[in-house]
Design a protein around this ligand. Structure first.
Ligand SMILES: NC(=O)c1ccc[n+]([C@@H]2O[C@H](COP(=O)([O-])OP(=O)(O)OC[C@H]3O[C@@H](n4cnc5c(N)ncnc54)[C@H](O)[C@@H]3O)[C@@H](O)[C@H]2O)c1
Length: 246
């Protein structure tokens, strides 16, 4: 899959899945704008991109803030002249049982996942429509399909991302802009390392492939959806779960 000269913008790219996505996009030839709340982490990943041999550019962004999201996308266009690929990956969890969940915990998760995805898609889609080409990949979660105990906020946000993906895909299809989502299962990052060891082991035993996913398992699916190998695929959701919930 050749992404030589393409310009990719990845959110939440300072660590975990977003970092791996940035590096694999670069390995396939893309220049990458590495966006994260944590600018030190974003700059480190941007340096790794540059070491691979394409251009990496770190940017501090809070995707849930409209002005921030807009200037993040604008900066990519100012730097590289275009955006070919947008990966909405930034995410947080604020877990709590429904009866205890605060309005703040609910709002924070909805704002980062749903509003952040909306704001970045909206800003990037304006350019992609004009250029009549583009790939948007939204990172949902299998939680958005099956629901997770203690994650009414997160499961709702991730299901919302699927709806937004399909609506945007319908609007943008005639401009040859593809919009798809990925639903990762249980992936080995800081987000899941916070899960107590006993529950972690149980979750791994429930996976038919009997192993936790790696960030690179997700990155490979993102690269596929960012390449011309997926030109006739839009409004789709790919589950990357080791066979869980098939
Ligand atoms: N790890 C899993 O098992 C798993 C499963 C399903 C879905 N996901 C999704 O994959 C994505 C990446 O998850 P991860 O496991 O790599 O998480 P992670 O916690 O390792 O990384 C998330 C990154 O997002 C950044 N971020 C958080 N809020 C932000 C904001 N407002 N603006 C910009 N950046 C922000 C963080 O600084 C961090 O670098 C998330 O959307 C997550 O919900 C993860």
């Amino acid at each position: 899959m050749d992404l030589k000269g393409k310009v990719a913008v990845v959110t939440g790219a300072g660590q975990g899945i977003g970092r791996e996505v940035s590096l694999l996009l670069a390995n396939h030839g893309a220049n990458v704008v590495v966006g994260d709340l944590n600018i030190e982490a974003a700059n480190m990943v941007a340096n790794e991109v540059t070491e691979i041999g394409t251009e990496g550019f770190g940017y501090k962004v809070d995707v849930s803030d409209k002005d921030n999201a807009q200037s993040f996308i604008d900066s990519a266009i100012d730097t590289f002249g275009r955006i070919d690929i947008l990966v909405n990956n930034a995410g947080i969890t604020r877990d709590s049982m429904l009866h205890k969940m605060s309005e703040e915990q609910f709002d924070q998760v909805i704002n980062v996942h749903m509003k952040g995805t909306f704001l970045c898609m909206q800003a990037a889609a304006k350019h992609m429509r004009q250029n009549e080409t583009g790939k948007i990949v939204n990172i949902s979660s299998i939680a958005g399909k099956v629901g997770n105990i203690g994650q009414v906020n997160y499961s709702g946000a991730k299901a919302g991302i699927v709806g937004m993906t399909k609506a945007a895909a319908k609007e943008l299809a005639k401009f040859q802009v593809n919009v798809n989502a990925i639903q990762p299962g249980f992936i080995d990052t800081d987000m899941t390392r916070a899960v107590p060891e006993k529950i972690r082991q149980k979750k791994i035993e429930e996976i038919p492939m009997l192993k936790i996913g790696s960030p690179s398992d997700i990155a490979k699916a993102v690269v596929f959806l960012s390449s011309d190998y997926s030109d006739y695929i839009t409004g789709n959701v790919i589950e990357v779960t080791g066979g869980r919930y098939m």
